[in-house]
Every structure is written in C-alpha cells, then in structure tokens.
Design a protein. Structure first.
Length: 343
C-alpha cells in the first residue's frame, strides 16, 4: 500500500518582480515575499510526493518529509516577522495561520495517519477509516488554502494589483498527484473489500469450519459481484483502463473461488463421515462383510475427496497468485506512469 500522501494546491501569486526584494512598503514586493515562501514549500512538497508515488525507500521519503516540515516552519517565521501592510495585517496573518495549519497537518495528523496505516489492513472498516482520515486532512488544507486565496485577492484588489489567472507548473503537478491518488483509492477500496473477506474464508477453510466456509463464501461472492458492478461504472484514468481491468480480474477470481470452495466443504463433510465410520468400525470386535465393504467405501470416498481438495487448492493458489501479482504490478505501474517526476 502506498504511503499516506497529503495533497493541496498551494497558492502562488504570479509576479515578475524580484523574488528577493523586501520593500514591504511596496504592495507588490509585500505580496511577492509571501508567494516566495509558498514556492519553496511547493518544491519540497513535490519532491516528497514524487518520491512517495514512485516507490522510493521509506527512509528517503521520511527525510524529504522532514525537510518539508522544516521549510514550512521557516516560511511561517519569515511571514510572521513581516510588518503589517499600512496597518492591514489580514493577508499576513492569514498566511501565517495557513503555515501553522499546514505544519500541524503534516506533523500531527500525518503521524496519526501513519499509525492508522499500520492497522488499516486488518479490516475493511479500518482501511476505509484510514483513507477517510487522509481525505479529511486534505480537506483541512484545501479550506485553509481557499481562505488564503481570498485574502490574497482582497489584498490585490485593495492595492491595484492584477493577478494572472491560470495554474503554475507546481500547482498543476500537485493537482495531478491528488487526482491520481483519489482514483487509485477508489479502485483500491473496491479491491480490498473482497480481498479481506477472502482472508476470513481461508481461515474457515484452515479450521475446517463448514458453517464458516459457507457464510464467508457467500459474503465473498456478494462483495465481488458488487465490485464488478462498481467497476463497470468507472471511466479509464486518462484513457488508461489498466487499474480497473486488473481489479476486474481480481473480482472474477473471487467469484470463481466462491464456487470452487464448495470442494473444500465437500471434503470436510466426507472426512467427517469417514471419521464417524472409522470410529464405529474400530469399536467392533467382530466385523461382517458389509462392515468391511462400508469401511472400504468410506476410505475410497475420503481418498478421492482429499485428492480433489488438494488439486482444487493448488488450482486456486495459482489463480490467486497470478491475479494478485498482476494487481500489484499494475498498481505500481499506474502510479509510475501517471505521477509526475520531480527532484
């Protein structure tokens, strides 16, 4: 599973002025100084997001996140040290508030999300809660960013500054990361629900729990069929249907498995009957020809059922391995293909 990523389009005031100018009596220089802080954070964020999306080692990703946190802290201090602009401190203070929130989300909310990631695989509800926590963290940043955008527009209007419309390269890249992750997460939840249900089914098979097998088999079939219905309504991501198609193959495997697992139920029923016949047979001091014939038939039945059970397990294991390998490879390739590279 990909590391938790937090996406937000940082607001960048577009200006041709010297980014290092610090004439805070000049409205354009004042605005440009705040924009410079945003730009520095954007660069650090893109390096972090790109490393995460392209499967870099965890240590490298963590180093980049720490650099991002340092950059946010420095940006906050730089903006906080600015004077108010002609007694108006709204724009400055809104930017400071944004930086504080951004730092807290990356530091505190992110830490909680990382902890949730460790247990997310334990159940579908935990996985859904984990993804919801990421969405809520992103929403916090989006709302704060909107407040900052409005403060910038008011500042520009009050000081006769014309803002250029359009997205910068950095904001475009961050929007791409956000779109990719949102799409992948939607497909992943469809995949994960029957995937986790199959774990419960395998536990029931391992224990020889016939009732558990039937219950979990029916739930697996239901979730896989629901998954196929949801996938049928999903459009390809920029003409790339590979992730959806790979997920469909997983759903199709689970449907076949729900049917084939009946062989496991039959095996345990046959073994249960055999154990009862053997127990009665062993108790008898004198056995008739009919007793021997019945026992031999039970031995033949359980041997045949065991052979079918083993062959079926090998078949399902092979199908499962191929489908999961394809899903994991496709998932990694999806991120690698569509995520922008940034160093």
């Amino acid at each position: 599973m990909k590391p938790a990523l937090l996406f937000v389009s940082l607001l960048l005031a577009v200006s041709s002025a010297d980014l290092h100018a610090q004439d805070f009596d000049n409205s354009l220089s004042y605005m440009t100084h705040i924009s410079t802080q945003h730009l520095n954070i954007s660069k650090k964020f893109l390096a972090y997001a790109s490393a995460s999306a392209h499967g870099k080692k965890d240590k490298k990703v963590e180093v980049l996140r720490n650099k991002l946190l340092d950059e946010v802290q420095e940006a906050k201090m730089n903006i906080q040290s600015m004077p108010s602009f002609k007694t108006d401190k709204t724009y400055r203070d809104t930017a400071v508030t944004f930086m504080k929130l951004y730092y807290n989300v990356l530091n505190e909310d992110y830490s909680k999300i990382v902890n949730m990631e460790e247990v997310a695989e334990q159940s579908y509800d935990a996985m859904e809660a984990y993804m919801l926590a990421k969405e809520m963290a992103e929403l916090k940043l989006d709302e704060a960013n909107e407040r900052l955008r409005m403060a910038e527009k008011r500042f520009a209007a009050a000081n006769n500054i014309t803002l250029q419309e359009g997205s910068s390269a950095t904001s475009t890249m961050m929007e791409q990361f956000s779109q990719i992750t949102k799409y992948h997460n939607e497909v992943y939840l469809i995949f994960f629900k029957p995937y986790k249900q199959e774990v419960y089914l395998m536990e029931a098979v391992e224990k020889g729990n016939i009732t558990g097998i039937e219950q979990n088999k029916n739930a697996l079939l239901k979730y896989a069929q629901e998954g196929l219905a949801k996938l049928a309504g999903m459009k390809p991501f920029k003409n790339d249907a590979s992730l959806v198609n790979s997920c469909k193959k997983m759903m199709e495997f689970y449907i076949k498995e729900a049917d084939k697992v009946n062989i496991s139920s039959n095996f345990f029923l046959t073994k249960e009957r055999f154990d009862g016949i053997k127990k009665d047979f062993d108790k008898k001091s004198n056995t008739t020809k009919e007793d021997v014939n019945a026992y031999n038939k039970a031995v033949s039945d359980v041997n045949k059922s065991t052979d079918e059970y083993n062959k079926n397990n090998n078949l399902l294991n092979g199908w499962r391995k191929d489908a999961l390998n394809s899903w994991n490879e496709t998932s990694d390739q999806f991120y690698d293909t569509h995520s922008p590279h940034y160093k």
